[in-house]
Design a protein around this ligand. Structure first.
Ligand code: HEC
Length: 201
């Protein structure tokens, strides 16, 4: 039996039971073993925090991609003549698109919805467009507005840079080869309004 007396160094202690003559040691776990266990627990906590709470350490590649995005965004801001190719490139630039999203969520969302689902204004989330199906065309719609409707011209209030950022934000959700032009009556929010006002049979 494990007695109350202090064990001498390297003394072997056996547990009382014996199965088929096989006995078990009852030793204190060696320090190296315990420290490995404690170390593993500390490491697990650290690792858990780093990867699950903080999304992992930023690698050089991450930082570089972020910096390049910011540089591109600055270059785009300085571009004076716009074309579809540039607007598509802008729409794939994270920080440029983010600026556009800010403008959208502070002005346009009131009529077009926080998730572009439409409302007073047309739905901008799908690939169906009424007034233009190219980035430059859509730039024109936002710049000039649609006379006689709730869509005013934003040229004075936003200016070309902010408008190109908003276009980039809208285009970031579009596929360049899949933007379709549809007649006005087929626009989803118009269809919904017509359905709501159609005479009941
Ligand atoms: C006061 C409401 C209102 C606000 C604010 C508004 N719009 Fe509109 N927008 C409309 C309406 C209404 C239409 C549909 C015009 C029509 O009937 O042809 C429209 C149409 C559009 C279209 C054309 C969609 C298509 O299918 O061709 C685009 C693009 C657009 N808006 C973008 C914007 C952006 C970007 C902003 C913010 C800068 C904005 N709108 C702010 C009401 C609004």
């Amino acid at each position: 039996m494990k007695s109350l007396r202090k064990l001498a160094k390297n003394e072997i202690v056996l547990r009382e039971h014996s199965f088929d003559g096989i006995q078990e040691f009852d030793q204190r776990l060696p320090n190296w073993w315990l420290y490995t266990l404690y170390g593993a627990i500390v490491f697990a906590l650290f690792y858990w925090f780093l990867f699950l709470v903080d999304n992992g350490p930023k690698t050089d590649a991450h930082r570089l991609a972020g910096q390049l995005d910011v540089l591109d965004a600055k270059k785009f801001a300085a571009i004076s003549s716009l074309d579809d190719k540039t607007l598509w490139a802008m729409s794939r630039n994270h920080s440029f698109v983010e600026q556009g999203e800010k403008t959208y969520q502070s002005i346009c969302y009131t009529c077009h919805g926080v998730s572009l689902q439409g409302g007073i204004g047309f739905r901008l989330a799908d690939n169906l467009w009424v007034h233009a199906n190219t980035p430059l065309g859509i730039f024109g719609v936002i710049n000039q507005g649609v006379p006689g409707t709730g869509m005013q011209s934003w040229a004075n209030q936003l200016g070309p840079q902010k408008i190109s950022q908003v276009v980039a934000f809208l285009m970031s959700k579009q596929d360049p080869n899949d933007m379709k032009l549809i007649p006005r009556e087929q626009e989803p929010t118009i269809l919904a309004k017509n359905a709501a006002t159609a005479p009941q049979p």
